[in-house]
Design a protein around this ligand. Structure first.
Ligand SMILES: NC(=O)c1ccc[n+]([C@@H]2O[C@H](COP(=O)([O-])OP(=O)(O)OC[C@H]3O[C@@H](n4cnc5c(N)ncnc54)[C@H](OP(=O)(O)O)[C@@H]3O)[C@@H](O)[C@H]2O)c1
Length: 348
């Protein structure tokens, strides 16, 4: 190992104090663990936040999390040291860890989510086994590339099977949604975007004006599925990127074409099983395929990076704001208040 290899790192650990108004993370200096034979030390250049991070920081995650763990599962960085047996990466490579370190090919039985079952990446240095890393597309800077592993790969998985000319319903204007919008546009799909805010919809219409973006305000129109049906001449959409969970799932199915796909990605609404009373009749009647999305495997992430490299889709317009690493607390609060359209990134 080079003599300049750091032995400590700065990391934001959760306070686990869920009282409103109190800090949710604390900056600590801690010892870096020794580098294993097949592990890699990464100098982190950018960290991207997801709704999940704000939710975990506020104690709302539906799955268990490590006490005082490190938040975030999206980062882009550079290999600065590698164990003796590392084969897949060299010093200087730009890499990102995958978000579930036991989801490599898709055949694994276990699960280990970053920022939940194990520490996340909100730190200036991280160490991972080479098996859980992917090489990032060389045409993207680290700020853009940091959005790939979670939001990007989730949008990629949610749209799998789409083909040119189909219609997709994308719910909300958060990170996964704007990524899905961008991928859908690149793949020649017609997009119907929903939001609770006319102002956000207007901004998106201006940004994606050709062909015109179809939009629905789901807060103003509780029967928004009817409007989606009208926009598709009564047929329904081919794919839904479903973000609400129980309060919106049945409505999403009602505006999916017979035999279409609903990709269940999010759980942003208040989850209540009573909302699902009509699920079985509707799923049978409309022959809907309900598909659970859980990020993606390392292989999915590599496929997605290959698709990005081939199409050279620019991702910088997905970024709502870039905060300095030291302002992590502010970024979490901004996200928690839902002020973003797209992604928030911390720069190191
Ligand atoms: N399954 C997976 O693999 C996976 C991966 C990543 C994220 N997720 C989940 O996917 C969801 C979105 O994540 P994100 O990081 O994109 O979140 P985000 O950036 O915080 O975006 C949230 C946006 O969704 C919209 N929204 C809020 N409540 C909604 C509701 N009840 N129905 C429809 N839209 C609603 C709002 O947009 P408007 O203000 O425009 O209304 C809000 O700004 C979260 O539940 C997250 O936990 C799942």
């Amino acid at each position: 190992m080079a003599t300049t290899t750091p032995t400590t790192r700065r990391a934001f650990r959760r306070t686990d104090d869920y009282t409103p108004g109190t800090p949710k993370v604390k900056l600590v200096e801690e010892k870096l663990s020794a580098l294993g034979l097949t592990s890699v030390l990464i100098k982190v250049h950018a960290i991207s936040l997801n709704y999940r991070d704000a939710n975990i920081a506020h104690g709302g995650n539906p799955w268990p999390v490590l006490p005082n763990g490190i938040l975030c599962n999206d980062a882009a960085g550079e290999v600065v040291a590698a164990g003796e047996k590392v084969k897949r990466f060299a010093i200087g490579d730009r890499v990102a860890p995958i978000i579930d370190t036991q989801f490599i090919s898709g055949r694994e039985l276990g699960r280990s989510w970053l920022a939940a079952d194990e520490d996340g990446v909100m730190a200036d240095y991280v160490i991972f086994d080479e098996e859980v890393l992917v090489k990032l597309p060389s045409y993207l800077d680290c700020i853009s590339a940091a959005t790939i592993p979670c939001a990007g790969v989730t949008a990629w998985s949610a749209l799998k099977g789409m083909s040119i000319g189909q219609t997709v319903l994308i719910q909300g204007t958060g990170g996964v949604s704007v990524f899905a919008l961008k991928l859908a546009r690149a793949a020649g799909l017609r997009v119907i975007l929903t939001s609770s805010s006319d102002e956000k919809l207007q901004r998106m219409k201006e940004k994606y004006s050709n062909p015109p973006l179809l939009t629905v305000n789901y807060a103003k129109r509780p029967d928004w599925h009817e409007e989606v049906l009208q926009l598709t001449d009564g047929v329904g959409v081919d794919i839904v990127v479903e973000n609400g969970g129980t309060p919106s799932l049945v409505q999403s199915m009602k505006c999916t074409r017979r035999g279409g796909i609903v990709s269940q990605v999010g759980y942003l609404g208040k989850q209540d099983p009573k909302d699902l009373a009509e699920l079985v009749p509707v799923i049978i009647d409309r022959r809907v395929v309900l598909r659970g999305i859980n990020g993606g495997s390392r292989y999915d992430t590599e496929d997605f990076c290959a698709a990005l490299s081939a199409t050279r889709i620019q991702l910088d317009d997905l970024i709502d704001s870039v905060f300095p690493f030291e302002k992590a607390e502010e970024a979490i609060e901004y996200l928690w208040q839902g002020r973003q359209v797209g992604k928030l990134v911390l720069r190191l």
